[in-house]
Design a protein around this ligand. Structure first.
Ligand SMILES: Nc1ncnc2c1ncn2[C@@H]1O[C@H](COP(=O)(O)OP(=O)(O)OP(=O)(O)O)[C@@H](O)[C@H]1O
Ligand SMILES: [Mg+2]
Length: 329
């Protein structure tokens, strides 16, 4: 087996080794792959590995996060536009698909594409032709498409929120990235590899995991998966003076019973006050935990909570949790 660490993929559990094996096979097949898995499980890393192991490796790998594209501009971002196609289109653009020519085009959060963009993507997958926004002729480009989603696309298709025919095109081949909690022993392996990287990056002495830290890593559910683990290790690496990390603060934050404290004391106060207090406690711990899960990414945390970004951002400011991200990009 080739060393998968050259793709920054760490892990040695049987569940993860199966993924590595599949990545090698998928790299040889020049077809669309749907990469599924919870947030932070390494879907983008897997897509990169597939590209760099494929015959397209000397051509571009172009990733795009569909969730971060403005609705009205999705099509032109993806497929380009002609000059004058809309007010701001002062020059023509080849779009991201044009940039990926000969290489691999990776569409992350593909479930967030608008109905129009889904139609355009379907057309493209059928015959590799597309049109720029604002007219022009039919164009053709040789691009391999990889997509990822942490939503259940089958379920979305049943609810008619995602095109069934597009789903068929996308999941000819598929790869499932296992959740960290299902990768036996990998939490510790990943934590150690992050610690190594951090000591290089900051030119600081290497730190180890204390038995308590290790126990926490094994017990916690890791809803934000590897990203959440990286974020916590990063923070503790920087903040703790010990050579051995206990991860005590993270454990208290993530596994502590923050919300429950409102019970007994509450009856000494007027109902309205007690309730407001409980709600505030809940909001604070919820937002904090969500930010930990997404490594401080507010948009992503908002999406996971099924909240508008602006509403979620307001809560982040209200509880002054904005500095929480800080560390892991
Ligand atoms: N097996 C792994 N080894 C080392 N690092 C990993 C591994 N899997 C994921 N990571 C790291 O975890 C973070 C999240 O990975 P990535 O962005 O690929 O996840 P994702 O599944 O695309 O998440 P999302 O659904 O939120 O887009 C990145 O910093 C990545 O480097
Ligand atoms: Mg991703």
């Amino acid at each position: 087996m080739e060393d998968h660490s050259r793709f920054n993929l760490a892990g040695s559990s049987p569940q993860f080794m199966k993924v590595i094996d599949q990545i090698h096979r998928l790299a040889k097949l020049d077809a669309t792959v749907l990469i599924a898995g919870e947030t932070g499980t390494g879907k983008e890393l897997a897509a990169r590995a597939i590209h760099y192991l494929s015959a397209r490796s000397d051509k571009p790998f172009v990733p795009v996060n569909c969730g971060s594209l403005t609705d009205s501009l999705v099509e032109s971002e993806l497929f380009g536009h002609e000059r004058g196609a809309f007010t701001d289109a002062k020059t023509a653009s080849a779009g991201l698909i044009g940039e990926a020519a000969g290489g691999t085009f990776f569409l992350d959060e593909v479930d967030t594409l608008s109905a129009k963009a889904q139609a355009a993507l379907l057309r493209f997958l059928q015959d590799h032709t597309y049109r720029r926004v604002g007219g022009g002729g039919l164009r053709q480009v040789d691009v391999r498409v990889l997509v990822a989603s942490n939503a259940d696309l089958v379920d979305l298709a049943q609810k008619r929120q995602f095109r069934q025919d597009l789903l068929y095109r996308l999941n000819v081949l598929s790869l499932h990235m296992p959740a960290l909690r299902d990768r036996q022993g990998d939490g510790a392996v990943l934590a150690r590899s992050v610690l190594q990287r951090l000591s290089h990056q900051y030119r600081m002495p290497l730190k180890q995991l204390h038995a308590d830290g290790l126990a926490f890593i094994q017990q916690y559910r890791w809803p934000g998966n590897v990203r959440e683990l990286e974020n916590i290790i990063h923070r503790e690496f920087l903040m703790s003076d010990d050579v051995e990390l206990h991860l005590r603060e993270s454990r208290d934050l993530l596994m502590g019973e923050v919300v429950e404290e409102t019970g007994a004391d509450a009856i000494d106060r007027p109902f309205r006050d007690a309730k407001a207090n409980a709600v505030a406690e809940f909001e604070r711990s919820y937002v904090r935990a969500m930010l930990a899960r997404t490594g401080g990414n507010i948009s992503q945390a908002a999406r996971l909570s099924n909240q508008e970004r602006s509403a979620f951002g307001k809560l982040v400011r209200k509880y002054k949790l904005g500095g929480f991200e800080g560390q892991v990009a």
